[in-house]
Design a protein around this ligand. Structure first.
Ligand code: THU
Length: 136
């Protein structure tokens, strides 16, 4: 698994290059691994109407879902200020955690890329006691 995670971490780092973030100056890249083996990339896309910004993770998952993917194994996330190779660590925001939870089980892996490598977490650790369709 280590090779898979480090490849995904490198893909997330590379995905940062496509970020559109003139307002915050923060670029974020995400690489989402599907159970099919395919990887979808995402980068944050900001807007002059700030609240319309979309995070890198949601770009990646919406790209994948809109291409028919429904089963996911892991996501890697890398972010930091423009010009910074990578920030110390860039954990996913709460909204992205909830969107991931719609499609991913608590054992889905979240790889957070930092300056000295990456750490592996589960979605269940990052979003305990989560709201799902089972409550509807
Ligand atoms: N951002 C992400 O892309 N993912 C996150 O999980 C947190 C925040 C982006 C949104 C915005 O463009 C910039 O980081 C600063 O908040």
């Amino acid at each position: 698994m280590e090779n898979v995670y480090s490849d995904l971490a490198f893909s997330a780092l590379a995905a940062r290059a496509a970020a559109y973030s003139p307002y915050s100056g923060v670029t974020v890249g995400a690489a989402l691994l599907c159970e099919s083996g395919k990887v979808y990339l995402g980068a944050n896309i900001e807007n002059a109407s700030y609240s319309l910004t979309t995070c890198a993770e949601r770009v990646a998952i919406f790209k994948a879902v809109s291409e028919g993917e429904r089963k996911f194994a892991a996501i890697a996330i890398a972010g930091g200020k423009v010009g910074c190779e990578v920030s110390s660590e860039f954990p996913p925001c709460g909204a992205c955690r909830q969107v991931l939870r719609e499609f991913c089980s608590p054992d889905f892996k979240v790889i957070i890329v930092g300056a000295d490598g990456y750490t592996v977490h589960t979605l269940g650790e990052l979003l305990p006691y989560s709201f799902t369709e089972s409550y509807l």
